[in-house]
Design a protein around this ligand. Sequence first.
Ligand code: NAP
Length: 438
Amino acid sequence: MTELRTLKVALLGCGNVGAQVARILIEDADALAARTGARLQLSGIAVRNVNAKRDVDLPQDLFTTDADTLVKDADLVIELMGGIEPARTLILSALRNGACVVTGNKALLAQDGPTLYEEADKAGVQLSYEAAVAGAIPILRPIRDSLAGDRITRVLGIVNGTTNFILDQMDSTGAQFADALAEAQRLGYAEADPTADVEGHDAAAKAAILASLSFHTRFALENVHCEGITSVSAADIAAAKDAGFVIKLLAIAEKLTDADGGEGVSVRVHPTLLPREHPLAAVRGAFNAVFIEAENAGELMFYGQGAGGTPTASAVLGDLVSAARRIVLGGPGRTETTTGHVPALPIDAVMTSYYIGLDVADQPGVLARIAQLFAEQGVSIEIMRQTIHRDAESNVESAELRIVTHRASEAALAATVEAVKGLDVINSVTSVLRVEGV
Ligand code: NAP
């Protein structure tokens, strides 16, 4: 039997994900060699503190603080340190040295992806990042490879487990946002500083990556319209539920035609109402899912664990074996294609349905006045429901009005909401949320 060649694998970082990657590389060495056609030898693990206690028992002599030297002597480099620096410099150094790089660093890719992709192209090596979007779920390779012969028209993703857990808690228990967040922190689903998750920044970084691969054009973080979930109230969730909807934080990338007939792509993250029968509505807890619409394939959905050391390590190992196979067979492969040249459209170009909650005076003729005002602004109403409340102390009656519109532009909707606020029968506009899937 011919001796397999050995490829040196440098691992940068040994935290939640890195420790599991190291474990699998050692425990499954024979199976990985059989699938790859080369032995994947873990040549070292760069960390900050070589003496720190790890989740997994690993040979102590693998650990080093000298990431620079480790990277220079590797065929494949796995970056799982996170953050911008020194991850960025080490990845660039690895690529320049001709090593293939696997990373899960969505923050770095969203901030400076193009520099890394260009360096990989220049060096003729592979840069892979399946773990950067939706953890264990194979989604980037299906978009890049399996759907390469199709045209993707729309991607809807639940790509942040923390916010999905919080919204699911609010939906199932009636909790307010702050209480659901506290529960997520208690169970370890949310960080002590949850800003990147609840403000939508983490989902926006993933939206930029999904949009770039789906539409063969590089979209950066600044092209993503981003709204988080901090202002979603228990009342919004209850009203949505009552009307047959669930609220999800969606990352959306879709091809649109703007008012001048030009084609472009809208990339956005915002809380969205989905009909309860939509496949994404069934994604509970901290799970992730990505729903794709393509011209020929039709609708596809990818579902699974979006985070966690071992699930994310699965995605990293998949990239590693794929990159190593290419080294064995020769040829760099392609990480992305950028021949689409479609512009990123501003949020104003999006036509969508809206859900509007209004607290109104309970008087005759109110509904007709509101309906007329919507019509004057060119926004047509699909559903209008009224619930009457009587204040126990004052005995004053007020009405809660819930409206779902047909598709309207952001500008028309904003003008309508402003005009509605000016009506003397309106106590307050309690919520304005976008709706998908109707
Ligand atoms: P983590 O637990 O914080 O681990 C980071 C590791 O990197 C630690 O071992 C740390 O060393 C090392 N490190 C950090 N800065 C370093 C430096 N300057 N020099 C040398 N080593 C350094 O991170 P993680 O949760 O495994 O995440 C790793 C990456 O995967 C991130 O980009 C993250 O966004 C991505 N990701 C994570 C998940 C997940 O579920 N955790 C899911 C998808 C993607 P010490 O141990 O010595 O401190």
